[in-house]
Design a protein around this ligand. Sequence first.
Ligand code: ZN
Length: 108
Amino acid sequence: MIDVRMEASLDPRLVTPRCPECDKPTKNYKPYCSNHISKMPYVKTLMENYEQEIIYILNLHGSRSAKRLAIDLRLKEPEVLALIKKMAAQGKLKTFLSKRGDLCISCA
Ligand SMILES: [Zn+2]
Protein backbone atom coordinates (compact mmCIF):
# COMPACT_ATOMS: atom_id res chain seq x y z
CA MET A 1 0.00 0.00 0.00
CA ILE A 2 1.28 3.45 -0.96
CA ASP A 3 1.42 6.08 1.77
CA VAL A 4 -0.27 9.09 0.10
CA ARG A 5 1.10 11.51 2.68
CA MET A 6 4.64 10.35 1.99
CA GLU A 7 4.12 10.66 -1.75
CA ALA A 8 2.64 14.14 -1.33
CA SER A 9 5.58 15.24 0.74
CA LEU A 10 7.93 14.08 -2.02
CA ASP A 11 6.03 15.76 -4.86
CA PRO A 12 3.55 18.51 -3.91
CA ARG A 13 2.36 18.59 -7.57
CA LEU A 14 0.49 15.37 -6.80
CA VAL A 15 -1.89 17.17 -4.44
CA THR A 16 -1.58 20.88 -5.32
CA PRO A 17 -2.82 21.88 -8.79
CA ARG A 18 -0.75 24.52 -10.53
CA CYS A 19 -2.08 27.41 -12.58
CA PRO A 20 -1.58 26.65 -16.30
CA GLU A 21 -0.99 30.39 -16.98
CA CYS A 22 1.78 31.11 -14.45
CA ASP A 23 2.58 27.71 -12.90
CA LYS A 24 1.92 28.98 -9.35
CA PRO A 25 0.26 26.53 -6.95
CA THR A 26 -3.46 27.22 -6.66
CA LYS A 27 -5.56 27.35 -3.50
CA ASN A 28 -8.40 25.01 -2.57
CA TYR A 29 -7.71 22.75 -5.59
CA LYS A 30 -8.90 25.43 -8.02
CA PRO A 31 -7.61 25.07 -11.60
CA TYR A 32 -6.28 28.68 -11.77
CA CYS A 33 -4.58 31.06 -9.32
CA SER A 34 -6.34 34.23 -8.12
CA ASN A 35 -4.55 36.33 -10.78
CA HIS A 36 -5.90 34.14 -13.59
CA ILE A 37 -9.28 33.14 -12.16
CA SER A 38 -10.99 34.89 -15.11
CA LYS A 39 -9.72 32.03 -17.33
CA MET A 40 -12.11 29.59 -15.59
CA PRO A 41 -15.01 28.82 -17.94
CA TYR A 42 -17.72 29.63 -15.40
CA VAL A 43 -16.05 32.93 -14.42
CA LYS A 44 -15.69 33.80 -18.12
CA THR A 45 -19.40 33.14 -18.66
CA LEU A 46 -20.31 35.17 -15.57
CA MET A 47 -18.20 38.13 -16.77
CA GLU A 48 -19.78 37.94 -20.26
CA ASN A 49 -23.25 37.95 -18.70
CA TYR A 50 -22.40 41.04 -16.61
CA GLU A 51 -20.99 42.77 -19.71
CA GLN A 52 -24.22 42.07 -21.62
CA GLU A 53 -26.25 43.37 -18.70
CA ILE A 54 -24.18 46.58 -18.55
CA ILE A 55 -24.77 47.18 -22.29
CA TYR A 56 -28.50 46.50 -21.81
CA ILE A 57 -28.73 48.95 -18.87
CA LEU A 58 -26.82 51.65 -20.77
CA ASN A 59 -29.02 51.20 -23.86
CA LEU A 60 -32.12 51.41 -21.66
CA HIS A 61 -31.15 54.37 -19.48
CA GLY A 62 -28.41 56.19 -21.44
CA SER A 63 -25.39 57.04 -19.32
CA ARG A 64 -25.05 55.76 -15.75
CA SER A 65 -22.66 56.52 -12.93
CA ALA A 66 -20.42 53.69 -11.78
CA LYS A 67 -22.11 53.86 -8.36
CA ARG A 68 -25.57 53.53 -9.91
CA LEU A 69 -24.40 50.69 -12.15
CA ALA A 70 -23.09 48.85 -9.08
CA ILE A 71 -26.55 49.19 -7.49
CA ASP A 72 -28.26 48.06 -10.72
CA LEU A 73 -26.02 44.98 -10.96
CA ARG A 74 -25.98 44.31 -7.19
CA LEU A 75 -22.17 44.31 -7.27
CA LYS A 76 -19.60 46.18 -5.22
CA GLU A 77 -18.25 49.33 -6.86
CA PRO A 78 -14.65 48.00 -7.26
CA GLU A 79 -16.05 44.97 -9.12
CA VAL A 80 -18.04 47.21 -11.46
CA LEU A 81 -15.00 49.47 -11.97
CA ALA A 82 -12.91 46.44 -13.02
CA LEU A 83 -15.60 45.43 -15.54
CA ILE A 84 -15.89 49.02 -16.85
CA LYS A 85 -12.11 49.33 -17.23
CA LYS A 86 -11.98 46.08 -19.21
CA MET A 87 -14.93 47.00 -21.42
CA ALA A 88 -13.63 50.53 -22.05
CA ALA A 89 -10.26 49.09 -23.11
CA GLN A 90 -12.15 46.89 -25.59
CA GLY A 91 -14.00 49.94 -26.93
CA LYS A 92 -17.39 48.64 -25.77
CA LEU A 93 -18.21 51.75 -23.72
CA LYS A 94 -17.03 55.27 -22.93
CA THR A 95 -16.31 56.83 -19.55
CA PHE A 96 -16.51 60.48 -18.55
CA LEU A 97 -16.80 62.57 -15.40
CA SER A 98 -20.12 64.16 -14.47
CA LYS A 99 -20.35 67.81 -13.39
CA ARG A 100 -20.19 66.55 -9.80
CA GLY A 101 -17.06 64.53 -10.57
CA ASP A 102 -18.67 61.07 -10.58
CA LEU A 103 -17.33 58.50 -13.03
CA CYS A 104 -20.05 57.90 -15.62
CA ILE A 105 -20.39 55.34 -18.37
CA SER A 106 -22.19 55.35 -21.71
CA CYS A 107 -22.26 53.09 -24.74
CA ALA A 108 -19.39 53.60 -27.18
ZN1 ZN B 1 -1.89 32.08 -12.57
